[in-house]
Design a protein around this ligand. Structure first.
Ligand code: 2P0
Length: 332
């Protein structure tokens, strides 16, 4: 099934009333149980569920208006060239929502994510764009539909339509209407996420390509769905019980298992650089010395750490180039 068909199904019974402008914010998110592998690459339908925590106030604010002639796309104030990958990805996505072929959009998108922190912003970017379209056209769509539409832009974007802990159900239907994110209504005010900047250069393999290669060639990947099922249950129980040791251990183990499947692919995908391994060892040493600290790593070399507020000072002293986030600061 094509993305356009999914969009048409959602919008066919939706009232539309075009306003002058639409704007919205969506947070970035970090997965504790990773989305790794698609059962449908067109619709970004995952093989397994995943679980994340949104990191408001970091994220994307997007403002959209109707334009003449052609789409205009601004990123952090800079007008993107129509030949750039960023422009092409946004313009192609917008094409699914044009009332007619002559309608174009001006999109202004601002990320307040420190670019040096190595935090992905495509998830918050597509979630904010879908929210902004919902505002522009006055669709008044449910979060579930907004999550499905954001997924069509980038899989992990479906989780950025909520704050706090979020679960993405993998679903079973071929049109993906049952593959959307839901908020887990639990908070954890003392939870801290640290981002350790290791490298900011462009990665040589996109996560999209790496995922496909893993699904196509890794034998270890066959064990991934069972691993995720187990980790999802443990993580949800840990969140409910505020059991930090289990939350940290399972998140770290899940990230390492994901990287094991990519290293087992051919050609192998190895996002780690020497500093990544050095930092892993340092975190293990800190743990052995009695500081409860765990890590997770996405499709890149940078490390995100999990710890509790009571250890923030010790962690800050031990880790340089660290950005500390409090995902539940506004929501105790
Ligand atoms: C995640 N990642 O759960 C995992 C962990 C990277 C590692 O979601 O192809 O940009 O747009 O669906 O969402 C990055 O993949 O991929 C990602 P597409 P996406 O956060």
């Amino acid at each position: 099934m094509k993305k356009q068909h999914v969009v048409d199904l959602i919008l066919k019974t939706t009232r539309s009333d075009l306003k002058n402008a639409g704007s919205a914010f969506a947070p970035i998110n970090i997965a504790l149980c990773k989305y790794w592998g698609k059962r449908d690459t067109e619709l970004n339908l995952p093989v397994t569920p995943s679980l994340s925590v949104s990191l408001q106030p970091l994220g994307t604010t997007t403002h959209i208006t109707i334009a003449g002639g052609q789409d205009q796309v601004y990123l952090n104030g800079e007008c993107k060239d129509s030949s750039s990958e960023f422009y092409k990805r946004i313009s192609l996505f917008l094409s699914m929502f044009r009332p007619d072929a002559d309608t174009f959009f001006t999109v202004r998108t601002e990320n307040n994510v420190p670019t040096a922190a190595g935090l992905a912003s495509s998830a918050s970017g597509f979630a904010a764009l879908v929210f902004a379209l919902n505002d522009l056209f006055s669709w008044d769509l449910s979060r579930r539909y907004l999550s499905v539409l954001a997924r069509l832009g980038s899989g992990s974007a479906c989780r950025s339509v909520y704050q706090g802990f979020v679960k993405w159900r993998q679903g079973e239907l071929s049109n993906g209407s049952d593959s959307y994110a839901e908020a887990l209504n639990y908070t954890w005010p003392d939870l801290r996420i640290g981002v350790i900047e290791i490298a900011t250069s462009e990665k040589c393999t996109s996560s999209r390509d790496a995922m496909k290669r893993t699904v196509d060639t890794s034998i270890l990947y066959h064990a991934w769905p069972d691993k995720v099922e187990r980790d999802m249950n443990l993580l949800i129980d840990a969140i409910k019980a505020r059991d930090f040791e289990v939350l940290g251990r399972v998140s770290e183990s899940n990230a390492l298992a994901m990287h094991a499947t990519m290293m087992d692919s051919w050609p192998p995908v190895i996002y780690w650089v020497p500093e990544t391994v050095k930092t892993i060892h340092k975190i293990q040493e800190m743990r052995h010395s009695g500081i409860p600290i765990y890590f997770t790593i996405d499709a890149g070399p940078n490390i995100k750490i999990l710890f509790l507020a009571e250890h923030e000072q010790q962690v800050r002293q031990s880790c340089s180039a660290l950005t500390v986030l409090s995902p539940f600061a506004m929501n105790p």
